[in-house]
Design a protein around this ligand. Structure first.
Ligand code: TEU
Ligand code: CA
Length: 599
């Protein structure tokens, strides 16, 4: 129960910063809800869940791609940007979804995948048809680099690729095209050729498509690997680590020389003339805080916020997701604290634990066993009380967990399947070794169907699901939670409502506390007359929190704890437990009482 407080003066919501009070929900359509029994989620399935989303309290829905696609990378390989793939439904149904969201006061953000298209997109079909096709320069084509051995002649995959870059999905980043005897660049799969953003015709075509979607009532975009679009046009070889088959091209395609120019041009051509409340978020693997300030400073008119990847690389040896390592809370606090400090004055953070590319939050950052519900709630509270726009990935609000995949045939993700093939054929690893390495951080962990109820296939489909449903759906599902005030779902509702009700949550200053504590995550959020102290126990043991009251002040008066109010917690309130004592995986959000001014 929160005592009513007149919120402190904060900047009035303008149409340009409404997203600072908003919470975004990500839907991966293929795994959300299937309406026609083909085992694949679809638009009518999403429409059937709009009241569920409204009840959760989210403000925006981000849809992963449902455009026409061969589905090589589950829709991130687009062959028609202006149509809906029949797998998911029709443009009319997308219009119905847009109207349904708007009618409930929610917004729709589409996924914009324009670093690359599908190789089946007409643009690429034309481009590959001949060296002098007008669209040849819409992609990155290069002649073979002469094979080392004289007279060996360029044969694909034998060192004749234009440079040594590796693909993010294993193998080389170049595919040889027999018809014209040249290679084309694909940072991702060979069915995802990279667009050449140096070509103004490409940029104009993308902006035209973006305007077409905004004219249809869409409220913004999540921009897929958008910081890859500007590349070092000399395409030099990258450094090749010991034992690596390919060079690392990222220094030459991440945050490239024309990034800010391109995004400012996009803003002028697409967003500048528009009124209303739009949201743009750039997905930016490898982005630094310093670059993010430039990308998200409103005065620079680029994007509203970015997805950074530093906190989701802390549990990987040298950033290699197939070499998982233990996550240290001190490192997590150091990273997220640095992003809070870095964007405190200029720019804005996105906040996320997971998405369709990352392992399930409660399995990765919490405890998906004994303390699953408590830790899922604690994680929600810690993330959503940071300064920034929080993202809830489908099923996270239910405390859904990673999946156990018994054999490589249980997997669907191209990133997994390509790695397994490369590791077992070229790197000498056994099947069992690769399966063990895949388990913690593979993307399919997050792509198992949303668990709606305890019926067959968790109420996701009446057919055969495209990927197995997690067997724990028998007790982890929406039906068991939506009416339970103590469920993870209900806790997410409270956390989201807190952001809507309390200006200190959306706009308060952030101060990290106890940076060296290995178990407790502690920080404050403060406005002139309100201070929240947020405490999270990232362990299964009781933890006693010792604070220097000077670290926690209300205005310029040190906080005192006998007048603090428990605004939100994941345990039943218990007066017998001292406020600064944390039980296993306990979250406490305290409104610090102002101390008696020093005499
Ligand atoms: O992801 C980009 C990206 O960096 C991911 O490949 C991520 O680094 C990797 O999956 C972590 O293992 C975006 C989309 O979110 C992803 O689903 C697509 O596969 C990718 O781009 C290509 O479009
Ligand atoms: Ca379907």
């Amino acid at each position: 129960m929160t005592v009513e407080h007149a919120p402190a003066e904060i900047p009035k919501a303008t149409s340009s910063d409404w997203f600072q009070r908003a919470v975004v929900y990500q839907i991966y359509p293929r795994s959300f809800a299937d309406s026609n029994g083909d085992g694949i989620g679809d638009l009518r399935g999403i429409i059937s869940k709009l009241d569920y989303l409204k009840r959760l309290g989210v403000d925006v829905v981000w849809l992963s791609p449902l455009y026409t696609s061969p589905q090589d990378d589950n829709g991130y390989d687009i062959s028609d940007y202006r149509n809906v793939d029949p797998l998911f439904g029709t443009l009319e149904q997308l219009r119905d979804l847009t109207d349904g969201l708007h009618a409930r006061g929610m917004k729709l953000v589409m996924d914009l995948v324009v670093n690359h298209t599908s190789d089946e997109h007409p643009w690429f079909v034309e481009s590959r048809s001949s060296k002098d096709n007008p669209k040849r320069d819409w992609y990155w084509w290069r002649p073979p680099r002469e094979a080392a051995a004289a007279g060996a002649g360029p044969t694909p995959g034998t060192g004749s690729e234009p440079n040594n870059w590796g693909s993010a999905f294993s193998g080389p980043a170049w595919e040889f095209d027999q018809a014209t005897g040249e290679y084309y660049l694909h940072i991702f799969s060979k069915k995802q050729p990279d667009l050449n953003w140096e070509n103004p015709e490409v940029r104009a075509a993308v902006y035209e498509m973006m305007n077409w979607w905004l004219d249809r009532g869409v409220d913004g975009f999540r921009m897929d690997v958008i910081n890859f679009i500007s590349k070092d046009t000399s395409l030099p070889d990258g450094p090749r680590g010991d034992g690596k088959l390919y060079g690392d091209g990222t220094p030459f395609y991440i945050d490239g020389p024309r990034m800010h120019e391109f995004l400012q041009e996009m803003h002028r051509e697409v967003f500048a003339g528009r009124t209303g409340e739009l949201l743009t978020v750039g997905e930016m693997p490898g982005v630094t805080v310093e670059e993010a300030v430039l990308y998200t400073d409103p005065a620079r008119a680029e994007v509203d916020m970015v997805f950074q990847f530093e906190h989701v690389a802390l549990d990987q040896e040298e950033g290699d997701k197939w070499r998982p390592k233990k996550l240290l809370l001190t490192e997590l606090k150091q990273t997220l604290g640095r992003w809070q400090d870095g964007l405190a004055e200029r720019g804005w953070n996105s906040l996320y634990w997971g998405n369709h590319d990352q392992a399930r939050a409660v399995s990765r950052f919490g405890d998906d066993g004994t303390y699953r519900e408590l830790s899922a709630k604690m994680l929600a509270g810690i993330l959503h009380l940071h300064r920034g726009t929080p993202y809830v990935y489908q099923g996270e609000e239910l405390g859904m967990t990673n999946m156990t995949f018994g054999a490589i045939s249980d997997y669907r993700d191209i990133e997994v399947l390509n790695h397994h093939r490369e590791a077992t054929t070229h790197l000498g690893h056994t099947d069992a070794e690769v399966l063990a390495a895949l388990a913690p951080l593979n993307r399919d962990n997050a792509r198992t169907p949303v668990q709606w109820d305890a019926s067959r296939h968790a109420g996701f489909t009446t057919g055969a699901p495209w990927i197995a449903v997690n067997p724990n759906a028998n007790h982890i599902n929406a039906a068991a939670q939506v009416d339970d005030p103590d469920s993870v779902f209900s806790f997410y509702r409270k956390v989201i409502a807190l952001r809507h009700a309390e200006p200190v949550v959306s706009h308060g200053d952030f101060t990290m506390l106890l940076p060296d504590d290995p178990h407790v995550y502690a920080f404050t959020r403060s406005l002139p007359d309100t201070t929240f102290l947020v405490l999270g126990n990232f362990s299964g043991q009781d933890q006693k929190v010792t604070l220097d009251d000077a670290d926690v002040a209300v205005g310029d008066v040190p906080a005192v704890w006998d007048s603090a109010e428990l605004v939100l917690g994941n345990y039943p309130a218990d007066a017998a437990v001292p406020l600064l004592h944390l039980r296993p995986w306990e979250l406490k959000v305290l409104r610090a009482g102002a101390g008696r001014p020093a005499r």
